[in-house]
Design a protein around this ligand. Structure first.
Ligand SMILES: *[C@@H]1O[C@H](CO)[C@@H](O)[C@H](O)[C@H]1NC(C)=O
Ligand SMILES: *[C@@H]1O[C@H](CO)[C@@H](O)[C@H](O)[C@H]1NC(C)=O
Ligand SMILES: *[C@@H]1O[C@H](CO)[C@@H](O)[C@H](O)[C@H]1NC(C)=O
Ligand SMILES: *[C@@H]1O[C@H](CO)[C@@H](O)[C@H](O)[C@H]1NC(C)=O
Ligand SMILES: *[C@@H]1O[C@H](CO)[C@@H](O)[C@H](O)[C@H]1NC(C)=O
Length: 481
């Protein structure tokens, strides 16, 4: 959420990873005597990437083309060679006792599964596998499945993290097309020792925050990939973000359970940036930061049937940091419950940015004891030292329909703080009815430089939406997106 990632830098980091990947065994030796770690999954038997599947996460019927049938029995029927080859990591040397380093077995299974059509990497149930930070990279044959039925976890905290490994991410899926991450098991992040580092907010001596580098790994990252499905899994206790997608297209997330404690810092549930055509359906997310966060460069995102909380709600942004351009469009959030959260539906931009946030629809949202149920903050600033600037990311086409429930009276439930120079426009409010969870009605919603209509009167009433379009915005409609 608070990170702005430079793709070039990431590429360099990944490059370093790829170089280091063959030394895994030497660096991390819980378990001696395993066979030599094979090359990272960059298979030489690559075929041209198949065309992207038609994947349409349509609202009414999330069109989910199921993953290739995955045998639940770890031993596949050898008589049927077309059923997809299953590479069980225990057959390749994984111990799964919660302490041995199973990385070599996983990279071997990945390499083998990558090279065949509909290959399956299987981490079977009844085991606790431990692997170090690993890049599972493609291109691979289509239909690849990474199936976790047991428990898969990283080394337990910073003291056990191999010195040479990145502390920014743990599992990385890179350059894949048509891959599924699934299973009835758990991806356990062992995040607690990371949350308690003295550099984390208020975790230092006397409740202070010690300054200095504080990298903690995102648990699962998909990078530069397309036509991905992630479903069924329980993903928990990440040191930092649970799942992160960047540079991806065609992502279908369903039936996930993501959880971390309410006070775990920066544990966003699902973060996307520079990613298009995303469906997030029927999932439960509770954590210590944004439930879902949408960064710059995202469009065509559909979120439905998600329950958030405790969390920091569903967030678009932050956008426009360091005078950057950000473009976010066509985001729909529907049939969602947000409970016990620091924010509900949030759009946050820094002053000085450019670009736009356009075509954002929130519909049928149930709030339960939420601070800032509806908030647009174009003055986002972490330090309180941000200068006033004249440019801003243009926010337009926001629709809030049937948003009901209760708010925490600490702050007004509706807050539109739009830029002085670039007003928010075309806001529609309909059936927005928010009541105090407990205590007195807060009837002074904050509203600055916002244009739009109330189709029905909101509760609490807002008197500040202005009619029509401001002249300044009408003249410079593009904003570069
Ligand atoms: C082999 O498995 C595939 C996929 O599970 C199935 O569609 C096919 O009918 C099977 N063939 C035989 C001969 O069992
Ligand atoms: C896996 O870890 C969990 C939690 O630490 C433990 O309860 C379980 O017995 C472990 N299972 C195996 C097979 O090591
Ligand atoms: C908006 O996004 C949805 C997916 O969420 C997509 O089906 C639709 O075509 C997009 N609309 C436009 C106008 O791009
Ligand atoms: C920025 O603008 C706001 C609103 O006009 C004003 O209250 C604030 O003092 C300004 N801040 C600075 C640092 O100039
Ligand atoms: C206003 O926003 C809605 C989406 O909320 C969009 O469909 C419509 O085209 C916008 N109108 C204008 C005049 O931009």
């Amino acid at each position: 959420m608070k990170m702005v990632r430079d793709v070039v830098l990431v590429s360099i980091v990944l490059g370093l990873f790829l170089q280091n990947a063959s030394n895994v065994e030497g660096r991390y030796h819980y378990h001696k005597g395993q066979k030599k770690n094979p090359d990272e999954g960059s298979s030489s038997t690559t075929s041209p990437a198949p065309p992207p599947e038609a994947q349409d996460p349509a609202p009414s019927s999330p069109a989910y083309s199921p993953a290739p049938t995955v045998p639940s029995d770890p031993a596949p029927d050898p008589s049927n060679s077309s059923s997809g080859c299953v590479y069980d990591v225990t057959a390749l040397g994984a111990v799964g006792d919660g302490s041995a380093d199973d990385t070599p077995a996983f990279t071997a299974a990945w390499k083998a599964a990558c090279a065949v059509e509909s290959g399956v990497v299987l981490a079977p149930s009844g085991y606790n596998f431990t692997i170090t930070s690993t890049i599972f990279s493609g291109p691979c044959k289509p239909g690849l499945v990474f199936q976790v039925d047991g428990v898969l976890m990283p080394p337990n905290g910073p003291d056990c993290w191999p010195k040479a490994d990145s502390r920014k991410q743990w599992l990385i899926f890179y350059r894949l097309d048509g891959m599924t991450l699934t299973g009835k098991g758990t991806i356990e992040g062992n995040g607690e020792p990371w949350w308690d580092l003295p550099c984390k907010p208020h975790r230092g001596p006397n409740g202070k925050t010690v300054s200095g580098p504080c990298d903690s790994p995102a648990l699962i990252r998909f990078f530069m990939s397309s036509n991905l499905a992630v479903n069924m899994l329980r993903i928990q206790n990440s040191p930092q973000f649970h799942m992160k997608f960047d540079g991806c297209e065609g992502v279908l997330i369903e039936k996930l359970s993501i959880s971390s404690p309410k006070l775990s810092p920066n544990t966003d549930g699902i973060h996307i940036e520079n990613t298009k055509s995303v469906g997030i359906y029927n999932s439960m997310i509770s954590n210590g930061d944004d439930c879902i966060s949408i960064g710059p460069g995202c469009s065509d995102v559909n979120i439905e049937g998600v329950t958030c909380g405790p969390s920091h709600g569903i967030s678009i942004g932050s956008l426009g940091v360091h005078n950057s351009q950000a473009c976010v469009s066509n985001i729909t959030v529907r049939n969602v419950v947000i409970r016990e959260s620091d924010n509900g539906l949030r759009i946050k931009t820094w002053q000085g940015g450019s670009g736009s946030v356009a075509g954002i629809s929130f519909e049928n949202i149930q709030m339960e004891n939420v601070h800032n149920c509806i908030i647009v903050d174009q003055y986002y600033c972490l330090s309180k030292e941000c200068r006033n600037e004249t440019s801003a990311v243009y926010v337009t086409g926001l629709s809030y329909r049937n948003i009901k429930g209760t708010y925490n009276v600490i702050s007004p439930p509706i807050h539109f703080a739009c830029s002085d120079t670039v007003p928010c426009t075309n806001i529609t409010m309909s059936e927005v009815e928010l009541l105090p969870h407990e205590g007195e009605l807060v009837d002074d919603p904050f509203c600055w430089n916002a244009y739009g209509v109330q189709e029905t009167l909101t509760i609490p009433p807002i008197g500040c939406l202005q009619d029509g379009m401001p002249q300044t915005v009408a003249e410079s409609s593009a904003y570069g997106c």
